[in-house]
Design a protein around this ligand. Structure first.
Ligand code: GLY
Ligand code: MN
Ligand code: MN
Length: 447
């Protein structure tokens, strides 16, 4: 779909900010995502490379963007030409005409002419940024052209001498979300919230995990999402102890915990949210104890978030509060400081508490700058998702805790004065959850 005037202006502003970061004398090259075969001649659904989408808004494969602030043609696109025959099979392409008219390129060429025309941008460039970490044919083709431009320097006297990964610049840009992006994330989260609430108020023992997954998928797509941002995790009973549980083949029993980690993707932005609730009306006492322990860790970790804090501090707080609760419950024994220092909790909590969130579920951006954890800034978005997973065979703990897995995951925006929990509309306190469960599940234990 051609970009609107507002889209074009927003993308131009992003490229202007990128140009400021590059300085004169630099050229940045970006490659569209490759189409990937699923089997035979059938492709996976196409999803544009997130860096490419962020700076071009162009949603076709086999495309290259050139951003060269000091050049007379500071923004160029190489794209697939229009093709009436292919259009009968795949739909229309923008072509070089559309790349200029609808996507703001100062000039566009057919992608087949990359080797012919791209050297004109590289000849006087000192520094080149390109997708060094991508290992598919189009970035390799770019790297070949750049190498030749470098080799030509010996005779011409001009050509690039410094090569950087384009992600070094683009990921810094993507890490700080502007108000338009935050709105897109809010939309993905609003869709996700409806799906989670529906699940929490309808799931019943006797259903299979895949039936629940299908309803979540439906709720996402019915509301305009392209689908899940990552394979939804619907893990019941002991399956909740497998972090990336995928078979989804278990039938829910009475008195299970159900862990649902699912987030919608819409307009290129993701949600990533987990809730855990009982398959019946009420948590069992052990389920409730473990749930309250994780919730206390999550609330304490969120309370740390403000500009200047770090994700290390968020994680440290989650670990400390969880460890304290596990001692209280008798699942760990010893001195709190020593248990934290020896990472005794890692038997039950083995992942990090946070990751950046945006166009990618595990979004880009450095967590550390050298030895220093990055200070949070307003506009950064990330998850806070402590969990506790007690393997069924964990015989060091009372039997009632074995096979229980709990994760509570929210999406958090750093604001100038602290933070906003963007996914706050999805219940996570025990009384709220049991309120929703009362409508859904038959009374299994006379509760
Ligand atoms: N859904 C993947 C994660 O929570 O990181
Ligand atoms: Mn996550
Ligand atoms: Mn998740």
């Amino acid at each position: 779909m051609p970009l609107s005037d507002a889209d074009r202006a927003r993308l131009a502003e992003r490229r202007r900010r990128l140009a400021e970061m590059m300085g004169d004398g630099g050229v940045l090259l970006l490659a569209a995502a490759p189409e990937r075969l699923r089997s035979g001649d059938v492709h996976f659904p196409f999803r544009q490379d997130s860096d490419f989408a962020h700076l071009t808004g162009f949603d076709e494969p086999e495309a290259v963007a050139v951003i060269a602030p000091a050049d007379a043609r500071p923004y160029a696109l190489f794209v697939r030409p229009r093709d009436a025959e292919r259009a009968r099979w795949e739909g229309p392409r923008s072509g070089v005409e559309g790349a200029m008219a609808d996507y703001g390129a100062a000039i566009a060429h057919p992608i087949d002419e990359l080797e012919t025309h791209l050297p004109a941008w590289l000849g006087r460039a000192e520094r080149v940024w390109l997708p060094l970490m991508r290992d598919d044919p189009l970035p390799r083709r770019l790297w070949d052209i750049v190498r030749r431009a470098h080799a030509g320097r010996a005779r011409s006297g001009y050509g690039p001498t410094a090569f950087h990964d384009s992600g070094d610049l683009v990921h810094e840009l993507r890490l700080r979300k502007d108000p338009w992006e935050i709105e897109r994330i809010r939309e993905a989260i609003a869709i996700t919230a409806t799906a989670h609430r529906e699940a929490m108020s309808t799931v019943r023992p006797g259903e299979t995990e895949w039936q629940i997954e299908a309803r979540i998928d439906f709720a996402f797509r019915r509301a305009g999402a392209v689908g899940p941002a990552y394979p939804s995790i619907v893990a019941s009973g002991p399956h909740a102890c497998v972090l990336h549980h995928t078979p989804r083949d278990r039938t829910l029993a009475a008195d299970d915990l159900v862990l649902i980690d699912a987030g919608a993707e819409r307009d290129g932005y993701c949600a990533d949210i987990t809730r855990t609730f009982p398959s019946g009306r009420r948590f069992t006492p052990a389920q409730r104890d473990l749930y309250e322990a994780v919730l206390a860790a999550q609330l304490a970790a969120i309370a740390v978030v403000r500009p200047g804090a770090t994700l290390e501090e968020v994680h440290a707080k989650a670990i400390r509060v969880l460890t304290e609760a596990l001692v209280h419950l008798g699942l760990l024994a010893g001195n709190l400081d020593e248990l934290v220092a020896s990472e005794a909790y890692s038997r039950f909590y083995m992942h990090r508490t946070s990751h950046w969130l945006g166009r990618d579920v595990h979004d880009v951006g450095a967590y550390k700058l050298g030895d220093t954890p990055r200070a949070l800034e307003a506009g950064m978005v990330f998850t806070v998702e402590p969990g506790c997973y007690i393997a069924p065979e964990e015989d060091s703990v009372p039997a009632a805790f074995r096979g229980l897995g709990v994760r509570i995951e929210d999406d958090v925006l750093v604001t100038p004065s602290g933070c906003e929990v963007l996914s706050a509309a999805i219940p996570k306190h025990v009384e709220e959850i049991e309120g929703l469960r009362a409508a859904a599940a038959p009374s299994s234990r006379g509760a």
